[in-house]
Design a binder for this molecule. Structure first.
Ligand code: ZN
Length: 304
């Protein structure tokens, strides 16, 4: 009995601890984790496992032999209230209790564990919601967001050489984890959509002088990438190569020093090779080098 209890409770504990660790990593960890894993799916899996434990516990319960005496594990785990004098009561009374009480406890314990599991899931969900609403793109007021978007659109328009509009896709209709994209634009079109995370990193750079390392580099590269699509470049590798070069100018205009802007774009170029392993079309071509066919400024020896 003790064995089956620990077997029942430990997978649930593992799931809960695992979920909590994952949520913390999701909130504070690398951006790639956020964009790769929709958190709702993680919660649904956790919920499914809790339901599975509950059903499993009831199935086991029916096949379990009733136990005559309160176990040590019961007292520890369920705050069992029998005092020693109760145990010393008449044999009749003890028998009566052991018939009724343990059965009641056994059937309620899995429900209680399930409710605890639900509580953990709800608390973690609430934590994410609070963090997002206080720190995310959505936490900025409407006029600030409008001002920022106007700024991003202005930068994209310079690259596209025509007026274009950048949208922060708050409803995630076009970009995000489901689409596996940070941004999307119609080739030669006038509208580009980027994720709220990209918008937030661009906002922090342009309005708060807050640079988040390679995340900021990535945000600049995505904005430039979509702008080059709007200009009419379709090939992904070529678009990215141009974007990393234009990104230096965007970075500088949004507040970075030229050296820092170049460093961030070089980092993106290095990361491009790693990121593109799964999808070759995004890999920048070999011509993407100083003096190469795709060098936008052959006169300069800096690249990007
Ligand atoms: Zn693209």
């Amino acid at each position: 009995m003790e064995e089956s209890r620990s077997w029942l409770s430990s997978p649930a504990a593992v799931v809960r601890v695992g979920l909590a660790v994952f949520v913390v990593a999701w909130i504070f960890g690398p951006e790639s984790l956020r964009s790769a894993v929709p958190i709702l799916v993680v919660f649904l899996i956790a919920l499914g496992l809790e339901v599975n434990f509950l059903v499993g516990a009831f199935r086991n319960d029916t096949s379990r032999r009733p136990d005559r005496r309160p176990q040590e594990v019961d007292r520890e785990r369920y705050g069992y209230h029998w005092e020693d004098e109760d145990l010393e009561d008449s044999a009749e009374e003890a028998d009566e209790l052991s018939e009724v009480e343990p059965a009641y406890r056994r059937s309620f314990a899995p429900v209680r564990r399930f409710l605890v599991g639900l509580g953990v899931i709800a608390a973690l969900g609430l934590t994410i919601w609070l963090v997002e609403s206080r720190t995310g793109w959505d936490s900025l007021d409407g006029s600030t967001r409008a001002e920022a978007v106007e700024r991003f659109s202005g930068e994209a328009s310079r690259i596209a050489e025509k007026p274009v509009t950048v949208y922060c896709d708050e409803s995630r209709d076009f970009v995000g984890a489901v689409q596996h994209a940070d941004g999307v634009a119609e080739v030669g079109g006038e509208r580009a959509y980027v994720t709220p995370e990209i918008c937030l990193d661009l906002y922090r750079l342009a309005f708060e002088d807050d640079v988040k390392g390679s995340r900021t580099g990535r945000a600049i590269a995505v904005l430039a990438h979509e702008a080059w699509h709007l200009r009419g470049v379709a090939d992904e590798g070529t678009t990215e190569c141009y974007a990393l070069q234009s990104g230096v100018d965007i970075g500088r205009r949004l507040g970075l020093s030229e050296g820092r802007a170049r460093q961030l774009m070089r980092q993106q170029l290095t990361e491009n090779a790693l990121r593109a392993r799964g999808s070759f079309e995004y890999l920048v071509p070999p011509d993407c080098r100083d003096g190469g066919r795709l060098d936008l400024d052959p006169a300069s020896s800096a690249f990007p």
